[in-house]
Design a protein around this ligand. Structure first.
Ligand SMILES: *Cc1c(COP(=O)(O)O)cnc(C)c1O
Length: 251
């Protein structure tokens, strides 16, 4: 009896890990096909969204070659960053309280991008944090746009608010570099993608850039293919790689 219990634990553990890799490879394969079909110069970036998932699962997909990871909670990201290899490129994709900006920048040297900048206050705190910790390279940020108008979603209203924040960051936050715009959007409503494309145009004009010098972070497990067809350069995929999330177990 004991032997078979041990056996079934082992058997139970193996598919969990290989299914993460299978999920990763399936998404990468699909992105590869879309890259060909749409004749893209570069494949969209795949950000593996690992919120609530244990570091063991992140390591499995890291070992399969994945380097871009997205996290939503500052505390969780800081803990995981200390446990994962230093060449992970961390992307913060959750609501960030201004008072967490300093510790996030200080304790995650591999912080590649904060995708959810949505106020002058947060931009200011991030800029000050970069100065305080003596970060060499500018910190890449994206402006988060609430494309669906839902009160439950954070982000700037499309249009003037986004442009105003872009102008503020470029004139008052020398340690931040705007690399794109990001949205979550309402599931099943592809109009969010068109709204974000429009926002990117406006931000590009405001910054004196071509639109294609700015990224579009849009698309998740349920709609990343549609997002890429609308021009997404960075998709954020969680559950298709790591399985469904259980918020009940989150510490
Ligand atoms: C959780 C999350 C994702 C990933 O969602 P899935 O549907 O699991 O792929 C992407 N973007 C943001 C901002 C998220 O919070």
């Amino acid at each position: 009896m004991q032997a078979s219990a041990a056996e079934s634990t082992e058997i139970g553990a193996a598919p969990l890990q290989s299914s993460d890799v299978a999920g990763l490879q399936a998404v990468l394969a699909r992105l590869g096909e879309l890259t060909k079909e749409l004749e893209l110069a570069v494949p969209p970036r795949l950000v593996a969204v690992s919120k609530t998932k244990p570091v063991e699962q992140l390591k499995v997909v890291y070992d399969a070659g994945q380097r871009d990871f997205g996290e939503n909670y500052a505390q969780e990201l800081m803990e995981k960053a200390g446990l994962m290899p230093s060449d992970v490129r961390w992307r913060f994709i959750g609501p960030l309280q201004s008072n967490k900006a300093r510790s996030l920048v200080a304790s995650v040297p591999g912080l590649a991008c904060v995708e959810t900048v949505n106020s002058t206050k947060l931009a200011g705190k991030l800029d000050a944090a970069c100065k305080a910790v003596g970060r060499d390279a500018p910190l890449d940020i994206m402006l988060q746009v609430n494309t669906s108008g839902e009160a439950s979603k954070s982000g700037l209203a499309p249009g003037d608010d986004v442009v105003a924040l872009a102008q503020h960051v470029s004139s008052a936050c020398p340690r931040l570099r705007i690399v794109g715009v990001m949205t979550i959007g309402a599931p099943g409503d592809n109009s969010a993608f068109n709204v974000l494309v429009q926002c990117r145009k406006q931000v590009a004009v405001a910054l004196g850039l071509d639109a294609d010098q700015l990224e579009l972070s849009m698309g998740m497990s349920g709609d990343f293919e549609a997002a890429v067809r609308h021009g997404s350069t960075s998709v954020r995929v969680g559950s298709t790689i790591f399985g469904a999330r259980d918020y009940g177990t989150k510490a």
